[in-house]
Design a binder for this molecule. Sequence first.
Ligand code: SAH
Length: 206
Amino acid sequence: MKISFKEIEILVSQLYGFDEPKVFLEQYETDGKTVSFFLQKAYQDLIQKYVIDLGCGTGILTFAAAFVDAKFVLGVDVDISALKIALKNKKVLDDLGFSLPVDFLCADVKKLYLKKKFDVCIMNPPFGIQRKGADRIFLKKAFEISDVVWCFLSQNSEPFVRKFSEENGFCVTSSFKTKIQLRRKFFFHKKNVEFLPVDIYRIERK
Ligand code: SAH
């Protein structure tokens, strides 16, 4: 790793966010501090690995994994306008001299069929607040295509995550609490700076 967590935090904080975030897709980007927190926990799982980022949005976690020397990272999102921003962000990073091994695919996670498995799945997906069950669809897909999963979910989701993982032959090996700093975006966000408490899970095939 040729770049520090602090430098990654600063770089990803400067990338483009969602232009017009879509409420029904629960679009908000992970902030730089949270990215750095996540990487410090997860980087050993990512080094030299094939990684997939489900619901990658503007690509923050995709780039983050590539910064800690993942072999290749595929970002997947259903929203083409989010992926256009991800590509714009890739260009920004290319121009800064970081040519990262990433690519993007436009697909609905529910209908995603891949020939190749990935070593690790990372995701900050919809939490199922706007569309019930969205979080389950993401977890189910992650369990299908990889043996190690790093997943952001809403606070207090632990009993559900543990049970759902067990039912699918996986188990939670660690969990961490943090807060995502949201840029003021949706009309129902009253304050200028909102924090969203989240749990980050590491889940492994048994
Ligand atoms: N992971 C990104 C974005 C989080 S927002 C980050 O951490 O910054 C959640 C993302 O999931 C959005 O970009 C949204 O478009 C995407 N999404 C929602 N439903 C989806 C689905 N069914 N298939 C693929 N992507 C989906």
